[in-house]
Design a protein around this ligand. Structure first.
Ligand code: PHE
Length: 339
């Protein structure tokens, strides 16, 4: 029995030393020390021993039990530590390592220039108004003095949702919406997306942006229109900017004009940028047509106003010498980063 106990101790300790799984160690505890374990089995046979041997074997059995128990505790502690060390190593954080750089975005050139234009007009006391991009035919055309068969509709073909609803071709419908809601004095600009069923090329896009302006009050004249737009052009392009007003026609303004600035590349001589003209057109404008004021419930005998509308893409393209509008919509960062 003594030999058997010694053997159990030897193998148990040898096996434990080889075991690297906590679960396996727990199994070994049961195998040796459990109720049906090997050491217990020996203790159960103690009855057959002589009175002399009994305490000796008993003591030995307890020693063996304690030794195995001790080994188990030691192995468990070792494994725990090894596991902890492994984790610590795995999760080491090298705070001196360079981080992953997140590329920081940049304002799109369209937004940059739009913000500048807004700043200029806010500085002159204008508010910013908005209108829907999906618009009624009434606001986009009819109320702007462009009835169903008016030839101006040809140049502004658009995407129709049905006979009465379309994607707006201009920001001018916002004029109507503002005048319906607000009585003079009115001083607003309305920037936003507009749509026309144009094929995409270097100077056309079915989606582009306009900035509308509207001033209505008592005693507003063409002089106010000229003064305001001249100040705007100088703020945007520089103090030495020269403007030219050319007679034009828009159904919702009377008289109407197109405004050019003297080409900043050739100063009026004519060059590639201005296509030999010496001047570059920047916007359309005019005195709000009395019919339009009346339609909106504003008495044209009492009030007058001026309106203007400009294409944002054009202004941006001129500003940065961009020769293809598509570049503004492709979202290629190599292009956009330059501005
Ligand atoms: N909406 C006109 C266009 O798209 C521009 C414009 C606006 C002209 C306001 C006069 C007054 O061509």
């Amino acid at each position: 029995m003594k030999a058997a106990l010694e053997k159990i101790k030897e193998t148990a300790i040898a096996v434990l030393e080889q075991t690297t799984e906590m679960k396996a160690i727990e199994d070994l505890r049961v195998k040796y020390l459990g109720k049906k374990g090997e050491v217990t089995a020996i203790l159960k046979q103690m009855g057959s021993l002589s009175a002399e041997d009994r305490p000796i074997i008993g003591q030995l059995a307890n020693e063996v039990r304690a030794a195995i128990e001790g080994e188990i505790t030691k192995r468990l502690a070792e494994l725990k530590e090894a596991e902890l060390n492994r984790k610590l190593k795995e999760e080491t954080l090298d705070v001196t390592m360079p981080g992953t750089r997140r590329p920081i975005g940049k304002k799109h050139p369209l937004s940059q220039v739009l913000d500048e234009v807004k700043e200029i007009f806010l500085g002159m006391g204008f508010d910013i108004a908005q209108g829907p991009e999906v618009e009624y035919d009434y606001y986009n055309f009819e109320a702007l003095n462009i009835p169903k068969n008016h030839p101006a509709r040809d140049t502004q073909d658009t995407f129709y949702i049905n006979d009465n609803i379309l994607l707006r071709t201009q920001t001018s419908p916002v004029q109507i919406r503002v005048m319906e809601q607000q009585k003079p004095p009115i001083r607003i600009i309305a920037p936003g997306r507009v749509y026309r069923s144009d094929a995409v090329d270097a100077t056309h896009s079915p989606l582009f942006h306009q900035i509308e302006g509207l001033v209505v009050d008592k005693g507003i004249t063409m002089a106010d229109l000229k003064g305001t737009l001249e100040i705007f052009a100088k703020r945007l392009y520089g103090d030495d900017t020269v403007c030219r007003f050319r007679p034009h026609h828009f159904p919702f303004t009377e008289p109407s004009a197109e405004v050019d600035v003297m080409c900043f590349a050739c100063h009026g001589e004519g060059c590639r940028l201005c296509k030999g003209e010496g001047w570059i057109e920047i916007l359309g404008a005019g005195m709000v047509h009395p019919k339009v004021l009346s339609i909106c419930g504003i008495d044209p005998e009492e009030y007058s106003g001026f309106a203007f509308g400009m294409g944002l893409e054009r202004i941006v393209m001129r500003r940065y010498n961009i020769d293809d509008m598509r570049l503004l919509f492709e979202n290629d960062l190599r292009f956009l980063k330059q501005f």
